[in-house]
Design a protein around this ligand. Structure first.
Ligand code: HEC
Length: 447
């Protein structure tokens, strides 16, 4: 064992001992904070709800009930405990020990224990003066990124019947752009989110143009690519740190809808996308490409099979950084993993969506976008559960293959990434190695 390793082991042991001596405040398995002996709503629970729940659970939000005040939260206390202990809420379906993400709304073990203890202890309110100030939210159906969009493209209306099979209309709308522009943010607002399972918005923009941005032209990646998706858990994209997406002159947007009739009344539904551009003449350093890796031709799920595996691969022909990963499957989706197979043969697990829930389409954005050398292969593995044990399964006797309908299946791993130069890759590697050496020498753990 080298001396640094030894020091780290000693420190780790000291840490465990510390945790044990503090056991009266800390729940088993938690090293992420203390659990108060008598939690109150105003002091301990409200800050958690503000950070991890209220984006959706607020008046006019997408969740069924607001969780803003004590009066609103109290009747749900039991249900809240159940959903957070099961890690069903907030929706975050990955194995939390794999990878670091930002944003990461998931609760720590200590936060979950705090909520459970609060509920079990009678859900006390506590003193009003302990409460943090309420959060201020933009009104529903407004542009949320602090400014008006430069371009709003609205799909033609579509009549979603009250009762019918799911509907999959595709609608093309010209953008009217007369020059190429780089996108700073975009946000999708549907008229009635209750009938919309999701809409994929593609940019139909042919080959060519986009010069000046590394790698884009040769690969034609900006042509006919996915621009953005609206789904539960996903309604916008903001590009930072020198990144952008490109929308070309003369482009059209294809809205590819998946509607789910609400069973009550017909709805005339349309969606609009608001796009803010970077100033004219601005050229981003990196162009984000969105790539779906999937294996439609070989996706074959036998009746009753509880763990049908399928794989797909994508080779990076230049060094690249991976921004985010989003799994897409239907009723029978169970789990999806993404790993990197490096040219050295080393394999790195990047994300394990171990508890996939098909009604949620969550994008997992990496806190430090991992960088890969050229010829790295990104490998998606999907698992589908076609057994009667899957309570979402509409028909365990069916042989299931690829298709648009939710009763068919898909296995798409959506990747957002951008290419970098060999030199940039080398610099990232250097930075990665240097601080970790320094940290190891000082006995601290690299993050
Ligand atoms: C991204 C949006 C979002 C976030 C964040 C979120 N929820 Fe939810 N929540 C929903 C939606 C939508 C539903 C209903 C659909 C479902 O159950 O999947 C729901 C359902 C629930 C339910 C069950 C309601 C019922 O009808 O039985 C509870 C309880 C709940 N959430 C609590 C929480 C708590 C507590 C947090 C934070 C720790 C949280 N949620 C975070 C969107 C969200």
């Amino acid at each position: 064992m080298n001396p640094n390793r030894k020091l780290a082991t000693v420190l780790a042991l000291a840490f465990v001992l510390c945790a044990i001596t503090q056991a009266k405040y800390v729940t088993a398995g938690s090293n992420e904070g203390a659990v108060p002996a008598k939690p109150t709503f105003t002091k301990d629970i409200l800050p958690i709800l503000q950070k991890s729940c209220q984006d959706c659970h607020r008046t006019g939000g997408m969740a069924p009930m607001p969780l803003l005040t004590y009066e609103e939260v109290r009747p749900w206390a039991r249900s809240i405990k159940e959903k957070v202990v099961a890690r069903y809420m907030p929706p975050w379906h990955i194995d939390r020990t794999v990878g670091e993400y930002s944003p990461d709304p998931s609760l720590t073990d200590a936060q979950i224990a705090t909520i459970a203890r609060w509920v079990d202890g009678g859900a006390a309110k506590g003193g009003q003066s302990d409460a943090p100030p309420p959060r201020v939210f933009p009104p529903a159906n407004t542009w949320v990124f602090g400014e008006e969009p430069d371009l709003v493209v609205t799909s033609a209306g579509f009549e979603v019947p009250a009762v019918a099979a799911d509907q999959y209309p595709k609608v093309d709308v010209p953008t009217g752009l007369t020059e190429d522009r780089y996108i700073k943010w975009m946000q999708v607002i549907p008229e009635d989110p209750k009938v919309l399972h999701h809409v994929l918005i593609y940019a139909l923009q042919g080959e060519g143009a986009g010069g000046g941005v590394r790698g884009e032209q040769r690969r034609g990646l900006a042509s006919n690519s996915l621009l953005t998706e609206y789904a539960r858990g996903n309604d916008g994209d903001v590009f930072t740190n020198g990144t952008a997406k490109l929308l070309k002159a003369g482009s059209k947007l294809r809205f590819s809808f998946h509607y789910h009739p609400n069973g009550e009344k017909p709805v005339n539904e349309h969606a609009r996308i608001g796009i803010k551009f970077f100033p004219k003449g601005y050229t981003p350093k990196y162009l984000i490409s969105t790539k779906g890796i999937s294996s439609p031709a070989t996706l074959a799920i036998p009746p009753g099979e509880a763990n049908a595996r399928s794989d797909a691969y994508f080779r990076l022909d230049e060094p690249a950084r991976l921004v985010s990963f989003q799994p897409h499957m239907h009723y029978r989706g169970k789990r999806m993993t993404l790993e990197a197979i490096l040219p050295s043969g080393e394999v790195e697990l990047l994300t394990d969506v171990a508890h996939f829930v098909w009604t949620w389409q969550i994008t997992y954005a990496y806190k430090n976008p991992p960088a890969f050398p050229k010829n790295t292969v990104l490998h998606m593995t999907a698992y589908h559960d076609n057994s009667p044990g899957n309570k979402e399964n509409p028909d365990p006797t069916a042989f299931v293959g690829w298709g648009d309908r939710t009763v068919d299946e898909m296995n798409i791993g959506w990747l957002d990434f951008y290419y970098i130069s060999d030199q940039e890759y080398a610099e990232i590697q250097k930075r990665k190695n240097e601080p970790s050496k320094a940290l190891a020498a000082s006995g601290a753990r690299p993050q």
